[in-house]
Design a protein around this ligand. Structure first.
Ligand code: B12
Ligand code: SF4
Length: 424
């Protein structure tokens, strides 16, 4: 996001995918999150993967390359939603998946006919997905392995970029094909499925669990709460090695859930029961909450913090609602004239955590401070100790160590990120 090195960086799969598809080309990979990018780098093409929070930083670095006559291509969420903006800092933009267009782009570059926009239909089957992880060797990443079973989500929450990017269709890799890739990864490390929602259908989830169970790996994922309606499926998750799930609880306020198009979050019953059912199976919970919807008050933030502490969530995040371009939320707040800065991601005065729009029953300052205060309280040393140690012994030594490390890193990043400018 800026000119600083983070301590929670993970290897970016998108670049591993580009590397695997750049056959016949010489590649060098730099990750701005973990190392400085050499100023005098020579290249025939520089490719950036860009998200909304990293756009300003990426544009600044890209401008430097282009001043030296080196062509730049950008892809990822932000250039997909705002290709014209990205093209002010890039010679070409790829929208959507790299698969299906990246090789054409490289051919065009070699033939001197680079186009401005390459559009992928985001419909290519994932049967031939390949990742070259050798480019990550020696970089300072968190000791975690990343993999992807599928892309997309069957839900349409209004703050989320996923359905705008992929549609509501979910594309999955054949589970058996994924097995070969998983077998090649370091099995002492926690595996994290980057899928937006690993629970697309019960049959597809069970197919994956069938592959994972004999591998005896410990893994984590992001999953929709409706999985907890099915106790047998939870048993299977645990038996297959699932050790952490990230669940977007988002809000304790039913009216907010309705407004964000996530009323279904209540189908598995009370949140406390869901956490209890997961804990009873030795599965830790990373709970995420978002504040700033129309029914939020300072009290709803406090109640969510109390819930997170009382239910002993292993990790939690309390974020102010962030309207990213391309989301339904952004369009709505824009239409209602409530955005404080329309292009906040380019605004030199924007600070991470700062208000981006005017909420209704809470002031913008209360929203920023309330979220930061909840993070501080959750990651206070006394809270970490209580949550890690007082867990009725459902958790293994491995999980207790992982939870402790994740809390210490999250605590550090909470303080480092808050109030930080985007870009240099
Ligand atoms: C894992 C993850 C993280 C990890 C980091 C992972 C990493 N390796 O860096 C962590 C937990 C640290 C994280 C943090 C954040 N994340 Co995050 N994260 C993800 C997640 C779930 C998976 C990323 C991934 O590996 N995808 C798999 C790869 C293969 O897909 P991909 O990156 O999209 O790449 C494909 C295409 O986009 C394209 N492509 C991408 N780049 C390029 C470049 C070129 C040149 C080309 C040709 C093609 C191309 O080709 C690829 C293959 O087809 C995504 C959601 C998602 N499904 O992608 C959210 C997501 C990217 N994160 C998001 C956000 C908001 C954040 C945070 C800002 C949250 C916060 N409030 O702090 C932070 C900060 C991010 C930062 N950059 O500093 C949003 C971004 C939205 C946006 N409009 O930009 C997403 C989309 C989640 C969402 N539901 O909205 N995140
Ligand atoms: S369930 Fe998660 S990934 Fe799916 S649309 Fe909602 S927030 Fe996005």
């Amino acid at each position: 996001m800026g000119d600083y090195r983070s301590t929670d960086a993970m290897p970016p799969l998108a670049i591993g995918i580009l590397a695997a598809r750049s056959v016949g080309h010489q590649i060098r990979f730099f990750d701005d999150k973990t190392e400085a990018i050499p100023e005098n780098l020579e290249a025939d093409l520089v490719a950036f993967s860009v998200e909304t929070f990293t756009a300003r930083r990426a544009y600044q670095i890209a401008d430097g390359f282009r001043l030296r006559g080196i062509p730049v291509v950008m892809g990822g969420y932000h250039p997909t939603f705002l290709p014209e903006e990205a093209l002010l800092h890039a010679d070409a933009v790829v929208t959507g998946d790299a698969e299906g267009v990246w090789e054409n782009l490289l051919d065009d570059l070699a033939a001197g006919r680079l186009q401005r926009i390459y559009r992928s239909d985001n419909e290519t089957a994932l049967d031939h997905m390949r990742i070259d992880r050798s480019i990550f060797a020696g970089k300072r990443y968190a000791p975690i392995e990343l993999a992807q079973y599928g892309r997309g989500c069957r839900f349409v929450c209004d703050f989320c970029s996923i359905h705008e990017f992929y549609g509501t269709q979910v594309r999955l890799r054949p589970a058996q094909q994924l097995r070969d890739e998983l077998e090649s990864l370091n099995n002492k490390r926690l595996l994290f499925f980057v899928d937006d929602n690993l629970f697309s259908t019960k049959a597809h989830l069970e197919a994956l669990l069938g592959v994972l169970t004999p591998l005896r790996r410990r893994w984590s994922c992001q999953i929709s709460i409706d999985v907890a309606r099915d106790p047998e499926l939870l048993d299977q998750l645990a038996a297959a090695g699932c050790r952490y799930v990230l669940i977007g609880f988002e809000s304790l306020e039913p009216a907010n859930l309705k407004q964000m198009r996530k009323p279904w979050n209540q189908v598995a019953g009370e949140y406390r029961k869901v956490v209890g059912a997961l804990h009873a199976r030795g599965i830790g919970v990373y709970g995420t909450f978002v504040f700033g919807y129309d029914h939020d008050t300072p009290d709803t933030i406090r109640r969510s913090l109390d819930f997170a502490l009382e239910s002993r969530l292993e990790i939690a995040n309390f974020n102010p609602l962030t309207p990213t371009p391309g989301s339904g939320l952004y369009a709505r707040l824009h239409a209602e004239g409530r955005l404080i800065s329309k292009q906040w991601w380019l605004d030199p005065d924007y600070r991470y955590g700062a208000p981006i729009f005017a909420p209704r029953l809470i002031t913008a300052t209360q929203l920023t401070e309330g979220c930061f205060e909840a993070k501080r309280a959750f990651y206070a040393w006394s809270s970490i100790a209580r949550r890690v140690l007082d867990n009725d012994n459902q958790f293994s030594w491995f999980s207790t160590t992982m939870t402790t490390v994740a809390n210490v890193i999250s605590r550090r990043e909470v303080y480092r990120k808050q109030g930080r400018r985007l870009g240099a």
